[in-house]
Write a protein that binds this ligand. Structure first.
Ligand code: C2O
Ligand code: CU
Length: 436
């Protein structure tokens, strides 16, 4: 297979962004667009992204879902933040096809909320042929009457830290009331990315059926038919929609989901599909999309436990913890040793767990096997639930996992760990720095 180098430039800056006619926000983002440009590459390509920081504060860019070398992961554990006026070049191979995304990994509760994110699509020669392929990035913003990002008084700020920041401005691809023009008789692939700070998106299209064909880490083995789907912050889902009839108008909504917050998000419409004249379709799809080899049997012994909890604290009222600590330092992982982790949510609210740099397979959710096998990097944990996952550490370096509700991540619901190669360790090679 021929591979290429794809080179992009992203400039982070502050600019005016119109989210709907006459409603403009003071956004922070890439190349003066929210979301930033969609980066595209083919499986196996080398992606080079030169990031220039024209903001007034430092930033780093994380490549969510890409199985890359630790040095390129875009966190302050592996690189110096990019200071105002500086540039940093990210360079890595994209080894897997799928729907990924990039986002700021610094002061995320402000930088991501203001628009510092974009999609990264890795294509391959696939047997799924569709009439159109779209990226739909989900977000919501909490804006003041003057369309500002202001935080509220101390009580509202406390609730925002507890719940995560959710707002009434519902966006797809940076726009309110987003429109999709589709042709009757056609089938499209929609790649959803939940880039919001905290909003749980429960996709609903008036009860119409759609097929889920890909999760975080690319295609499933078989399409799964459904009429609603929960997509939590950080997660991706590729679905096939259509064919629809001429003249149909379909609302893309998010249904209510109670994740046990103080403020409850309401059902809302994010976009509308307008179906125009019929066109011929080229859609085709094999019965089996691909084969996913199981990493482990369900009953494999757990070799690490990760506990997510929300505990009383003298300083903040409550702390968001991993194994009883904020910004926890977890034990090293040995390269090449299959990891069987049990992640337990000991709290009374949901948390989306995200592992950097690696795909995992879900072996069990509350003791039960999932309905289908898939590659994941983000998974929701309901209150008091447990998931058992398997993943293979095949690269060394400093890594992390965390809750993808950005306010919980900031408050400390995260763990740092290193993957070490014992054969190199004995020769006294690299030591990484990370903050304690
Ligand atoms: Cu998408 Cu550390 O995050
Ligand atoms: Cu959380």
């Amino acid at each position: 297979m021929k591979t290429n180098t794809q080179t992009y430039r992203l400039t982070a800056s502050e600019f005016q962004w119109e989210i709907s006619a006459g409603k403009t926000i003071n956004a922070w983002g890439f190349n003066e667009s929210v979301p930033g440009p969609t980066l595209r590459a083919r499986k196996g390509d080398t992606l080079v992204v030169k990031v220039k920081n024209d903001l007034k504060e430092s930033t780093v860019i994380h490549w969510h879902g890409i199985q890359l070398p630790s040095e390129m992961d875009g966190t302050d554990s592996v690189q110096k933040p990019i200071e105002p006026g500086e540039e940093f070049e990210y360079r890595f191979v994209v080894p897997d096809a799928g729907t990924f995304w990039y986002h700021s990994h610094q002061n995320e509760t402000e930088q991501m909320e203001r628009g510092m994110y974009g999609a990264l699509i890795v294509e391959e020669d696939t047997s799924v042929v569709v009439d159109a392929d779209r990226v739909l990035m989900i977000d919501d913003m909490k804006l003041s009457e003057s369309n500002d990002f202001k935080k509220g008084n101390s009580i509202l700020r406390w609730i925002e830290r507890h719940d995560g920041r959710e707002g009434q401005t519902l966006l797809i691809n940076g726009k309110e009331n987003y429109r999709i023009e589709m042709n009757a008789g056609q089938t499209e692939r929609w790649r959803f990315v939940n880039s919001s700070s905290a909003r749980y998106f429960r996709l609903f299209m008036g009860g119409r059926k759609f097929q889920l064909i890909a999760a975080d880490g690319g295609l499933l083995e078989y399409p799964v038919e459904m009429s609603e789907l929960l997509i939590v912050p950080g997660e991706r889902a590729d679905i096939l929609v259509g064919p629809f009839a001429e003249g149909e108008s379909i609302a893309i909504e998010s249904l209510e989901y109670n994740r046990m917050t103080m403020f409850k998000a309401k059902r809302g419409t994010y976009a509308t599909v307008n179906v125009g004249a019929a066109r011929p379709s080229v859609f085709r799809m094999p019965e089996k999309l691909r084969t996913i080899q199981p990493l482990s049997s369900r009953d494999a012994a757990v070799n690490r436990k990760v506990k997510l909890s929300v505990d009383p604290s003298l300083k903040h009222g409550i702390d968001f913890n991993v194994n009883g600590k904020t910004h926890a330092a977890d034990k090293p992982v040995t390269m090449g040793e299959l990891q069987i982790w049990e992640i337990r949510n000991a709290s009374l609210m949901d948390h989306p767990f995200h592992l950097h740099g690696f795909f995992f397979q879900v072996l069990e959710v509350d003791g039960k096997a999932p309905e289908y096998i898939s590659w994941k990097d983000t998974i929701n944990l309901k209150p008091l639930s447990r998931v058992k996952i398997a993943w293979m550490p095949d690269r060394t370096g400093a890594w992390m996992y965390h809750c993808h509700i950005i306010e919980h991540h900031e408050a400390g619901m995260m763990g740092h760990f290193e993957i070490v190669d014992p054969s190199k360790e004995s020769k006294g090679v690299t030591h990484h720095h990370h903050k304690g």
